[in-house]
Structures are given as C-alpha cells and as structure tokens.
Design a protein around this ligand. Structure first.
Ligand code: BGC
Length: 366
C-alpha cells in the first residue's frame, strides 16, 4: 500500500531488518545533492540472493537512527542533476552505482574497500545505508560508473557481473605465479545470475566452461549456457566427481551455488595449480565431514589455491561495461534473457519476495 506523500518526498521499497517478510513501501525526505554530489533518477533495480536473505530477516541493517532499510544494490539510473563541483558526469547520462562505502581501515584508505580489513564498511541497500529501490538517490561521483546507451537493457546486471569480474581478477592475480597462467578449463557451481554471468565472462575469454546445477536440462539456464558455447551439467545426471574425471585438468572453479557443500566438494575436484574461488554467502549452519588428509595432501602436491571473494571494485564495474558490450557482440540478446521477471512500479515491487526465476528486476522509471 502506498504511504501518504508529503511535499517532495520520494517512495522507496524497504524492510525492517531482522523481521522476516517485512517488505513495505516507505516515503523518505527528498534527496538533495550537495555541490560534490549527483542526483540519480532510478530506472531499474535488480533483486539478488542477498536481498532475499535480507527479506527473510537473516541479514542487513538499517542506517543509524532508522528502523527500516530501503532495499536495492543493483541499479541503473539516469543522472538528473549534478552539484557545482562535479566533473565527468552530465545530466541525461546512464549510470550504475557501486555498493560498498569505506571505513577507515588501511585497505579502504588505499581505495580497496572490497578488501576491507575492519569490516566496519557500509553497503547501500544492505548494511547501514539506504539502497536504490527508490525514485531518486544522491551519490558521490566516485561511486558512479557511466553506461553507454546501447547497454541500457542489460546495465542493471553490471553489479552482479562486477562480482565475477573481481573473482576473475583475483584468480588471475594469484595465477601470476605461473608462466602460462591462462585457465583452459573452468567449472562453475550454480546457474543463478552469478553462475551464468560467470559462464558468459569466461566463455568470452575463450575458456572451456562446465556450469553445474541441480535442475535437469533443458531449461532456460541450460539454453543460455549452451548458446554461449558452454556445457550445462545437471547433477541429476552426472555427479561433480564423474564430471571431473571426464574433463581435462580443472584450472578454475567459481563456487556460486549459494550452498557450502559444493565449495568443499570443489576442493577435491580442483586440478593441479588450480584456483577455487568461493562466492556464495551461506547464511546457514550446515556441517559436513570431509576427507581432510586427502584434501590437504592434494592441495600441497597440486599447488592448489582456495580463495574467498566478495563485493567488487570500481575497476570491476568498468571491466564489466566492456564485457557486457562484448557479450552483446558475441551473442546478441543472450544476456538480457537472464532477466526473467519484470515488476512494474512500486505497487508490484512489494511482491519481490514471491518471485522466482533467474533475475527479477523492478522497473521504476524510464
Ligand atoms: C553484493 C556485494 C556485497 C555482498 C555482501 C552481494 O550481494 O553483490 O556487493 O558486498 O552482497 O553484502
């Protein structure tokens, strides 16, 4: 239900963090940009697994002094006005926004809040700062990235793409220990938005990709994987162990199934000199017995690496802009097929908790 409007206020979609199923519409004071800030009118916001965790009451915190949190950290919008001191952005330009804002730790001070040490950062729409599922928001230009108009239909996918861009950047950085560091074969656990964007990213870089998920093919995810020249593997037909035995050395694994078990299974499947990147934020408390001696031995003998990766840097968004354009050239229209549900306007946005599919977006403006 639409709350009562007060002069100039803006509508947003919020939750009371910690209270499951508390999605509601709210009204906030109009955002007014200062001289160093940009006013952005929101066009479209994506919904991801983290939003679902917040909606289920497992994650998220409101800004200080508020009991509610405006959702949304995947956004594309239009610059509406800029403060007097802002350079490099113009009204009418399309932009996306980064998520994390720094604390004062050494990494954040060095400009790497995605590697924050103190973990007292804030994140828009997640931790301590309102998000982007709102009519308009104000942001500093260093947290905004321009998007070329032809990428408007898929630009809302830049934030999740930036997460896999960072994963690949991290894997490449650690693989500089090798003279030939290019991964030839990769396995991706999970065929949600992160798994599929990871598939497109690695395929666009010429890597042989096996995307592993539970659901039997054919389905939408399997058709996207195959259209990009990847291999979709359903665990109902082939176990990850059988897959590993039937393909060359697994150089790279992205674990993005949302489940911690494949993460540990991946440790046994990873090939020599391989890197396993963990990307799933698992909210549960699951326990499992694992063959520690065998895993330890194989990690030592095989020079293997396992690394966690979260969030992304501005440079990952910029890399993502280039890759999105490359995806469109290689496979016209394919990336847009990840968007399976479109909710239109604020009244429909209240239903975000009820929808499934690959990626839901909320259309808030044009
Ligand atoms: C976002 C990241 C964020 C993480 C943890 C993810 O959904 O994509 O930017 O750091 O949640 O809050």
């Amino acid at each position: 239900m639409m709350p009562v409007a007060t002069a100039g206020s803006v509508t947003g979609v919020a939750v009371y963090p910690g209270r499951p199923g508390s999605v509601h519409l709210t009204r906030l004071a109009p955002p007014l940009p200062g001289p160093d800030e940009v006013l952005v009118t929101v066009r479209r916001v994506g919904v991801c697994g983290t939003d679902k965790e917040i909606i289920d009451g497992h994650f998220g915190s409101p800004p200080p002094g508020s009991d509610e949190l405006v959702l949304g950290h995947e956004v594309i919008g239009t610059v509406t006005s800029i403060g007097d001191h802002v350079q490099g952005l113009r009204p009418g330009e399309l932009v996306v926004a980064t998520v994390r804002r720094p604390d004062d730790c050494p990494s954040c001070r060095a400009g790497q809040s995605d590697f924050c040490q103190w973990r007292r950062y804030t994140e828009r729409g997640i931790i301590g700062l309102h998000g982007f599922m709102i009519e308009r928001f104000v942001e500093r230009p260093q947290y905004l990235i321009s998007v070329p108009p032809p990428l408007e239909p898929v630009g809302v996918l830049l934030e999740p793409l930036s997460v896999v861009e960072k994963a690949l950047r991290v894997a490449r950085a650690v693989q500089q220990r090798l003279i030939d560091s290019r991964p030839a074969t990769a396995v991706i656990f999970g065929a949600g938005p992160i798994g599929l964007l990871g598939t497109l990213l690695l395929r666009s870089e010429g890597v042989e990709v096996y995307t592993v998920a539970r659901r039997p093919a054919p389905n939408l995810a399997s058709s996207i994987v195959e259209a990009a020249g990847g291999h979709y593997v359903s665990t109902s037909e082939l176990s990850p162990g059988e897959l590993a035995r039937s393909i060359p050395n697994i150089d790279l694994i992205f674990e993005c199934s949302g489940n911690s078990e494949p993460a540990f299974e991946g440790m046994s499947l990873l090939g020599s000199n391989g890197v396993l990147v963990l990307l799933s934020l698992t909210g549960g408390d699951r326990k499992r017995t694992v063959p520690t001696d065998a895993i330890n031995r194989e990690f030592v003998l095989g020079n293997k690496l396992m690394v966690g990766s979260v969030n992304s840097h501005r440079t990952d968004f910029i890399a993502g802009v280039d890759h999105l354009a490359r995806f469109e050239n290689l496979w016209p229209g394919l990336t847009g097929r990840l968007i399976t549900t479109r909710l239109s306007g604020f009244d429909e946005a209240e239903r975000i908790q009820d929808v499934g599919g690959i990626k839901t977006v909320v259309e808030l403006g044009s």
